[in-house]
Design a protein around this ligand. Structure first.
Ligand code: ADE
Length: 243
């Protein structure tokens, strides 16, 4: 997969070169290019924003600069990239979104600042056949899209084949079955007088699976009852319903 990020703060994306993602890039599983939006300005001040039509606070990012940037960064051709625009006004980004994007060849992220990007940039991209997703990572307002891009790229990249050491980590993590993951334990068996639950030390795999499922159900009911409501009708069996 190839990921391009266009931003006025390229250094904000430096963490993409660290840890798991950095190793994925080194191993050729993922290619990441970060572009400074100001490269496509033509004035001495390298201005990227202007006052909003209709008045109001804040500034809007100019269409000409973004238009030229995307003309260059978004590849034309039979398999165009998906354009992702992080915004608190977007559709929610979820694990389902991450899984869908993990199948793409190319993602281009356009980071807005201020009051966002002139709407015509997105209209123009859509008119040229580019898929544009405006997405929010949560119901709070950040100062720009850069941190949201870090979140989304990490969520997508860990699903790419070979990125995680153990592919079961992605298959079995929270949300893969629509539930939150339950608690985990490692050695020592007793720590500060707190013991690891007996069942986890017993070696009865069916009992362990049942215990984990029960804790996941309890935790989801307690913390995210909306997730239980959203499960398909056949997702819970009689044993699950007894929890
Ligand atoms: N930009 C500002 N706030 C955001 C959010 N919550 N999600 C995505 N992009 C944003």
């Amino acid at each position: 997969m190839r990921i391009d990020v266009v931003t006025i703060f390229p250094a904000y994306l430096d963490p993409l070169r660290e840890a798991l993602l950095g190793r994925a890039v080194e191993r050729g599983l993922l290619e990441i290019a970060v572009h400074d939006l100001r490269r496509w300005t033509h004035d001495v001040h390298q201005a990227v924003d202007d006052a909003p039509y209709g008045g109001g606070p804040g500034m809007v990012m100019r269409p000409q600069v973004w238009g030229e940037a995307l003309d260059e960064v978004l590849p034309a051709g039979p398999q165009p990239a998906r354009l992702v625009v992080p915004t608190p006004a977007g559709r929610p980004f979820t694990q389902t979104t991450a899984r869908a994007w993990a199948d793409e060849q190319r993602l281009v992220f356009a980071c807005g600042r201020y009051e966002g990007i002139d709407e015509r940039v997105l209209l123009d991209a859509r008119a040229r056949g580019i898929e544009v997703d405006e997405v929010s990572i949560g119901d709070y307002v950040l100062v720009g899209g850069e941190v949201a891009v870090l979140v989304m790229v990490e969520a997508v990249a860990r699903l790419l084949p070979g990125v995680l050491g153990n592919p079961r980590s992605a298959a079995e993590d929270s949300f893969s079955d629509g539930l939150l993951e339950g608690p985990s334990y490692t050695r020592p068996e007793t720590w500060r007088e707190l013991a690891v639950p007996d069942v986890l030390r017993g070696g009865n795999h069916a009992a362990i699976a049942r215990w984990r499922r029960d804790r996941a159900l309890e935790r989801t009911r307690d913390r995210r009852p909306d997730l239980l409501d959203a499960l398909p009708p056949d997702a819970l069996d009689a044993a699950d319903r007894a929890v």
